[in-house]
Ligand binder design. Structure first.
Ligand code: IPM
Ligand code: MN
Length: 352
């Protein structure tokens, strides 16, 4: 029997509730596919910070490195100043564990939930490969004359050839393996960000020409990308972009696939510890009401198993999610699903 040790961080707000349902489904899949999943839970998040002043102890970062994968609920607390937990927990983990890819599939499971007119599941099935360690997220920059009328605030985008190239290579490999349209689109802003996206663009074509001649290369400015997401989502196969643009367009992607409540992502270190999460955030106003949609967390669990190489178990979870989405839920939005959080978990586990 194959056995995996997994770290679990429920985190803030509705995080623990949705992670509970993800584990319910993972355990059901594990039983069916003869896997053993061992969970180690970490108490990290806003409550711990408010209680003890600790954000993410170094000792926990060291422990996290020993796991092949982490399941994360959500980070973000209404009583903590924005940035402290996000940078101190989420971004620190992404950076220190070198999870340099943020993989965000955008897939419509049922056309009832698509806000776009006349778009069907076959029209909306693409993946965003977001660079996850660089760009505007490194925290480079600073203030001069802070709080005075002469104040200067600088926020720098860091793009290294190594960082960009490893992201592009991952995206090319992923496009090849996915084997859909074999098309990789670079989304950028070469007309304005003439340093950063000049590097991206050159690296994109150099790497593509040299090592991925079988993959079609396409380019779209990021503003136009948002237009295509709405107008012609069927034109996208795999999209690769920088950290900030990837953050922005994947919220739009989540809505196009129905709701934040179904959108999952993976922070991937192909050689190390990866972390899987629902991308919707901690949703404080729904906390502990049993109304939040756990499907995104369940799909994060599916991505986790897929990453571990348990593709059959992952596929079974996806099929079960599709069945529940198509046959049961009334809406993907919190409190409108027609079922409670734990009932959705039961339904998915049941149809496994
Ligand atoms: C996301 C989130 C994070 C990000 C925040 C919470 C720091 O929006 O995972 O998309 O900006 O990456
Ligand atoms: Mn985001």
């Amino acid at each position: 029997m194959k056995s995996y040790n997994l770290a679990v961080i429920g985190g803030d707000g509705t995080g623990p509730e949705v992670v509970r349902e993800a584990i319910k489904v993972l355990d059901t899949a594990a039983k069916k596919f003869s896997l053993k999943l061992n969970y180690t839970h970490y108490d990290i998040g806003g409550e711990r910070y408010l209680r003890s002043g600790e954000v993410l102890p170094d000792s926990i970062v060291a422990e996290l490195r020993k796991f092949p994968a982490i399941l994360l609920g959500a980070i973000g607390h209404p009583d903590v100043k924005p940035g402290i937990l996000e940078k101190g927990i989420l971004l620190r983990t992404r950076f220190e564990l070198e999870q340099y890819i943020n993989l965000r599939p955008v897939k419509l499971y049922d056309e009832r939930f698509c806000p776009l007119k006349d778009k069907k599941p076959e029209d909306i099935d693409f993946v965003v490969v977001r660079e996850n360690n660089e760009g505007l997220y490194t925290g480079a920059g600073g203030f001069v004359f802070k709080g005075t009328p002469h104040e200067v605030a600088i926020q720098e985008s860091v793009n290294t050839r190594r960082g960009v190239e490893r992201c592009l290579r991952f995206a090319f490999e992923f496009t090849r393996k996915r084997n859909k349209d074999k098309k990789l689109t670079l989304s950028g802003k070469t007309n304005v960000l003439t340093y950063a996206f000049d590097l991206w663009d050159r690296a994109f074509h150099e790497v593509g020409e040299q090592d991925y001649p079988d993959i079609k290369r396409d380019y779209a400015h990021v503003d136009a990308t948002t237009m295509w997401f709405v107008k012609n989502p069927e034109w996208s196969d795999v999209i690769v972009t920088d950290n900030m643009f990837g953050d922005i367009i994947t919220d739009l992607g989540a809505m196009v696939q129905g709701a934040m409540g179904i959108a999952a992502g993976g922070n991937i270190n192909p050689q190390g510890t990866s972390m899987f999460e629902p991308i919707g955030g901690s949703a404080p106003k729904y906390t502990n009401k049993g109304v939040i949609n756990p499907l995104a967390a369940i799909c994060a669990g599916q991505m986790l198993l897929d990453f571990l190489g348990e593709t059959a178990a992952a596929k079974a979870i996806e099929d079960a999610v599709i069945k529940v989405v198509r046959e049961k839920v009334k809406s993907l939005a919190a409190s409108k699903m027609g079922y409670s959080t734990s009932q959705i978990g039961d339904l998915v586990a049941g149809s496994l």
